[in-house]
Design a protein around this ligand. Structure first.
Ligand SMILES: Cc1cc2nc3c(=O)[nH]c(=O)nc-3n(C[C@H](O)[C@H](O)[C@H](O)COP(=O)(O)OP(=O)(O)OC[C@H]3O[C@@H](n4cnc5c(N)ncnc54)[C@H](O)[C@@H]3O)c2cc1C
Length: 577
């Protein structure tokens, strides 16, 4: 997910002293150091040799499924990946028909915070490079235009914007500090002070689970001005407007700001889809059980199995239960364990499921899951023409760029300018929207969307003929309209904390009835930080731990896994009555 009180502004207020430990997506709900766990020389655990070669179904070939499959293969198990669409899922990098293949469009995730340290482990493993992402007012962004209520402001830094923007930024920082112990939580995250973090966060969860983001702002004297709340909603913090998140639980927003998830973003050079694709192709250096050179691709004969159409529980030979998977080819296979990584709603709508798959409270949590909508449209252009100096009405350069990264309250909301070098073809993300703003695009074809977007941009840049630079057809997506996704990413509504807790903690199954074990939920919507690929990775690692434990395996005592330390760091349990 992404969002502007701008990055620069946010950092400005909460400056990171060079001698402080870095901010990472460590908690606050489940403060487990996934990065240290992955980096530890003892590895993340093993299964008994008798389990080597046994099959585990992995449903979904997005990042979570591929990370889970990769780690299960490294343990000597045989992951069988099912993928309905394409490897990568919401790490979807499209190309433009008829254009050079290096010109890409990130239809899903496009920018990653350095605080995503478990994700960074796999980016390194895949040998991928990252580069600064051109967010509003980010150092890598030549210029930004904020266009609100028909008035456009041009800025290279926050100081170029009218004073009211700084006032709004100050209000946001005050609101966070007074309403959500911002500095104390960040300090605990940086220093991995688990008792302190749990103490503060538990209190906040109890107090704020029933509060919307907007209600949180309204409760703050710092945000008593409607106009300031409105500007904040349009321009947000970090990377863009957050008003489409106003109805969501404020806990979702706090998780983002505490962990620096919306700050200092970097893009993956060549596209994010390469990450799961490379992991699919990668042969681990020291394979357990499998011959040298074994990769997920080689285990699957090149391609994953097709979409799962049915999931049932069946009796296992050892007297326990197994998970039986039917796929779109009609093939039926039974597995001692399965990891489900697709969005949970697919269990309700696209897969014929046996109710015995999950405990009833978990089904309720699946049903209540709330997804954000999100649409994007990209066009290829001949070159980064936006860097051309703007010429004023007197025929002289104004000192500004022709066009800028743009935030607006018009239909487009966020326009991103993506360069591949001077005079090389480039891409424009003409519009990136969420929720209601995304729904407005839903019934429009790509061509119709393009026309509305060009009109919005013409209002902001009357002298710029964007169309003249377009060299190919637009590519667009509305994730809520994608049959294998049904939404962009989860966002809890107020009162949803308990549901999220059920889904996230499902990987620890010793307390579940025996006939409800063996199916592990993972992926973005099971995580506490949906909309961030880090959560997809963290929950994949939880599921891997669950499968390992299910097969009688264990971690090295020097490197306990998420399930081993669960009791001491489990998310706060709110009362049900
Ligand atoms: C618009 C958008 C912007 C985002 N921006 C960012 C960002 O900037 N930074 C960031 O860190 N994260 C971002 N994210 C979030 C990030 O993309 C996700 O966290 C991550 O890609 C989720 O991976 P996953 O494996 O959990 O789920 P998915 O990617 O959804 O993978 C699940 C897979 O399951 C498959 N599937 C579905 N049904 C079946 C079935 N019946 N049988 C078999 N397979 C099935 C799907 O095709 C899919 O490939 C964004 C997401 C979206 C949508």
């Amino acid at each position: 997910m992404t969002s502007t009180v701008p990055t620069a502004a946010h950092d400005d207020q909460h400056a990171t002293a060079a001698d402080q430990p870095p901010l990472t997506m460590f908690g606050p709900d489940f403060p487990f150091a996934y990065d240290d766990y992955l980096a530890h020389p003892a590895g993340i655990g093993q299964v008994p040799a008798t389990a080597h070669g046994r099959e585990v179904a992995v449903i979904g070939g997005g990042l979570s499924g591929i990370v889970a499959a990769h780690e299960l293969m490294r343990m000597g198990l045989r992951p069988v990946v099912y993928e309905a669409d394409r490897i990568g899922g919401r790490l979807r990098t499209d190309t433009f028909p008829g254009c050079p293949p290096e010109l890409t469009a990130e239809m899903g995730a496009m920018r990653f915070p350095p605080s995503s340290t478990a994700l960074a482990h796999y980016i390194r493993l895949a040998g991928l490079r990252t580069e600064p992402f051109p967010n509003p007012l980010a150092p890598a962004t030549p210029s930004t235009v904020v266009d609100l209520k028909g008035r456009a402001h041009y800025a290279r830094t926050l100081d170029d914007l009218p004073e009211v923007y700084r006032t709004v930024m100050d209000a946001w920082n005050t609101c966070l500090e007074e309403g959500a112990d911002f500095s104390a939580v960040q300090h605990a995250i940086r220093h991995r002070d688990v008792p302190r973090l749990r103490e503060i966060w538990s209190r906040l969860v109890e107090r704020l689970d029933n509060q919307t983001f907007y209600g949180f702002l309204c409760d703050s004297p710092a945000f008593s001005s409607f106009r300031h709340r409105e500007i904040f909603g349009q321009v947000g913090f970090g990377t863009g407007g957050w008003d489409t998140d106003f109805p969501n639980s404020v806990l979702e927003i706090l998780r983002v700001v505490y962990t620096g998830a919306d700050d200092d973003h970097r893009g993956i050079v060549g596209g994010s889809q390469q990450l799961p694709e490379r992991l699919w192709d990668r042969a681990p250096a020291k394979p357990v059980h499998w011959p040298h050179g074994t990769s997920l691709r080689s285990l699957h004969g090149g391609a994953p199995r097709p979409a799962v159409t049915r999931l049932t529980r069946t009796a296992a030979p050892d007297g326990g239960t197994a998970v039986t998977v039917t796929d779109a080819s009609g093939a039926v296979r039974t597995y001692p364990a399965a990891v489900f990584t697709a969005q949970s709603w697919l269990l309700l709508a696209k897969i014929d499921c046996d109710e015995a798959l999950l405990p009833i409270d978990h089904w309720t949590a699946v049903e209540r899951t709330h997804y954000m909508q999100s649409s994007k449209l990209f066009v290829p252009v001949d070159r980064p023409f936006w860097r051309d100096p703007e010429i004023g009405s007197d025929g002289r350069p104004t000192g500004r760029d022709t066009m800028s990264m743009t935030l607006t309250d018009r239909m487009t909301r966020g326009t991103y300018l993506l360069e591949n070098g001077p005079d090389r073809p480039a891409a424009m993300c003409l519009s990136y929207t969420w929720c209601d703003d995304s729904s407005k695009w839903l019934p429009l074809s790509a061509a119709e969307r393009l026309e509305v977007m060009l009109k919005s941009l013409r209002e902001i840049y009357p002298g710029v003929d964007v169309r003249r630079h377009i060299i190919g057809d637009p590519v667009t997506v509305s994730w809520e309209d994608e049959p294998w996704f049904m939404g962009a990413f989860k966002a809890n509504l107020p009162g949803h904390y308990r549901y999220q807790r059920r889904l996230f903690t499902h990987f620890v199954q010793d307390r579940l009835p025996a006939d409800r074990r063996g199916l592990f939920l993972a992926g973005d919507d099971v995580s506490w930080t949906a909309g961030w690929a880090e959560g997809a990775v963290q929950t994949a690692l939880n599921a891997v731990w669950g499968v390992m434990h299910h097969f009688g395996g264990a971690t090295d005592s020097s490197n306990p896994g998420p399930g081993d330390v669960y009791e001491s760091i489990e998310p706060v349990a709110l009362p049900e009555d």
